[in-house]
Design a protein around this ligand. Structure first.
Ligand SMILES: O=C(O)C1=N[C@H](C(=O)O)C[C@H](O)C1
Length: 298
């Protein structure tokens, strides 16, 4: 009798993933706007969605709001995969949340190092292993030292790559040598988490990006990644170069203020954030609107 196959298929995290903003209306999550945004992005060719990333202002959402946002996105995503972001620094509470989220049909969990407490590399190994053990869905490491205060070393990341549930990394580490080592190692799917590094990371062998800027000019971002996947580097560069000033402007003030300002300008949502995150300044909004209009001309 043939042996039963027990190895889970390797999930595919390639392409452009959107870490969705959370639209608000008069202080509450605007589910109608979130669903409409998800449907538009799916039609524009994105590979999947991240709910409750940093761009989603997850820190300002309670658990019920996070789960309701996830439900809205999963219902509107047209079958595209959805990853859920989480964060914390209390291991017991975080693993309990991971177990609860694992009951959902998720493509993965996006997990940063615990913020504020700055554990050792051994402590970081324990954190990610405990979370991956608690999860029944794939885990993507969210390496973002400038937000968490904890730097994951190359050795730690390579050790974590041995865990069967840890399948990828959203790389905001700011260390191209580390990025290259992970790509060369080949066990983790490397996604750029820094919008201005999408081209270089994917050209060097990364599989894709999780990029807030992809909320706007979506088809162009999708096209850059498709061309790179086809090794059409010169054509990809021609699509990529006009996007760079846009990315610069979208991060000139705290994300997601600028991207929400632009989405509000086209009527996709209200220009509303939860404190302490704030709206983009009027000057930046005007410059963004003008640049987006120029990029939208055929
Ligand atoms: O929400 C995310 O995931 C992203 N976060 C980065 C940030 O920390 O601002 C930016 C990236 O585009 C996506």
């Amino acid at each position: 009798m043939p042996q039963q196959q027990t190895t889970a298929p390797v999930p595919d995290f390639s392409g452009l993933w959107i870490p969705l903003v959370t639209p608000f209306r008069d202080g509450a999550v605007d589910h109608a706007a979130l669903a409409a945004l998800t449907r538009r992005l799916a039609a524009d060719g994105v590979a999947g969605f991240v709910v409750c990333g940093s761009t989603g202002e997850a820190a300002a959402l309670d658990e019920a709001e996070q789960l309701a946002s996830l439900d809205t996105v999963q219902a509107a995503a047209g079958g595209l995969p959805v990853v859920m972001g989480l964060s914390g620094y209390h291991l017991g509470k975080t693993t309990a949340w991971v177990r609860k989220l694992s009951e959902r049909p998720l493509a993965g969990l996006l997990v940063p190092a615990p913020h504020y407490i700055r554990p050792s590399q051994a402590g970081l190994l324990e954190w990610f292993r405990a979370i991956a053990d608690a999860s029944t869905v794939p885990v993507l490491i969210y390496d973002i030292p400038y937000r968490t205060g904890a730097t994951l070393s190359r050795e730690t990341l390579l050790a974590l790559a041995a865990h069967p549930r840890i399948q990828g990394i959203k790389d905001c580490g700011g260390d191209m040598a580390k990025t290259r080592a992970l790509i060369a190692d080949g066990r983790l799917q490397v996604l750029s988490g820094e919008d201005h590094q999408i081209f270089s990371t994917v050209a060097e062998g990364g599989v894709g990006a999780i990029a807030a800027s992809g909320h706007v000019q979506t088809k162009r971002f999708v096209q850059v990644l498709r061309l790179l996947a086809d090794n059409r580097v010169a054509e990809a560069r021609a699509e990529w170069q006009p996007l760079q000033p846009l990315i610069e402007m979208l991060f000139a003030e705290s994300n997601p203020g600028p991207v929400k300002a632009l989405l509000a300008h086209v009527g996709a949502m209200r220009d509303e954030l939860r404190s302490p995150m704030t709206r983009a300044s009027d000057g930046l909004r005007e410059r963004l609107v003008a640049l987006d209009a120029r990029l939208s001309r055929p």
